[in-house]
Design a protein around this ligand. Structure first.
Ligand SMILES: CC(C)(COP(=O)(O)OP(=O)(O)OC[C@H]1O[C@@H](n2cnc3c(N)ncnc32)[C@H](O)[C@@H]1OP(=O)(O)O)[C@@H](O)C(=O)NCCC(=O)NCCS
Length: 147
């Protein structure tokens, strides 16, 4: 099915929220993150990307260029397993790599599909779970990647 992957802009917020609240793992705490925080995340502290399919947003990702944190990566349940998560992941990492960040990190629920996804993508689990979440890291320093 045809789709478009492009950089996220503030008018994408309704589509971003509809995906965020549709996922069944790593579900959000209602009201915890505001529109203003998402806009800051895609315009100031980092960048976001969305996948559009049949005129609607079905997946999105947001990375923080100041901290190296993968802030969000979510695919609507009806669109999972189609490669959107992988493509968003790769696009986001290409950008974070281009700004020469040494280390990326993220957290995700311990019993989620996302754990297998990130491990398949080369992320390394570090430490013990905290608050029901694992921390994953990816070292982007060239010498570390060559080891
Ligand atoms: C995790 C998530 C982002 C993956 O997105 P997706 O679009 O379903 O995954 P893709 O189809 O792009 O899969 C990409 C690759 O990862 C692999 N993969 C996906 N899930 C996997 C799993 N649980 N274990 C192992 N490999 C997995 C796929 O086989 C594929 O491999 P390939 O590139 O060799 O073909 C998506 O399932 C999701 O949004 N989950 C709910 C929300 C969530 O937990 N987000 C993460 C928040 S930290």
């Amino acid at each position: 099915m045809a789709f478009t992957l492009r950089q996220a802009i503030r008018t994408d917020l309704p589509g971003i929220w509809s995906v965020r609240y549709a996922v069944t793992e790593n579900t959000p705490t209602p009201g915890r993150i505001s529109d203003e925080e998402v806009i800051e995340a895609i315009e100031q502290t980092g960048r976001g990307w969305v996948v559009e399919q049949q005129g609607g947003i079905v997946a999105f990702a947001i990375g923080n260029v100041q901290t190296g944190n993968i802030w969000a990566l979510f695919v609507h349940p009806n669109a999972q397993g189609l490669g959107h998560g992988g493509r968003l992941h790769d696009e986001m990492l290409a950008w974070l790599r281009s700004v020469k960040l040494p280390l990326l990190w993220l957290t995700t629920g311990v019993t989620t599909r996302a754990c297998g996804f990130y491990e398949r993508k080369g992320w390394r689990k570090v430490g013990e779970p905290e608050g029901g979440e694992f921390r994953y890291e990816m070292n982007l320093e060239p010498e570390a990647a060559e080891r």
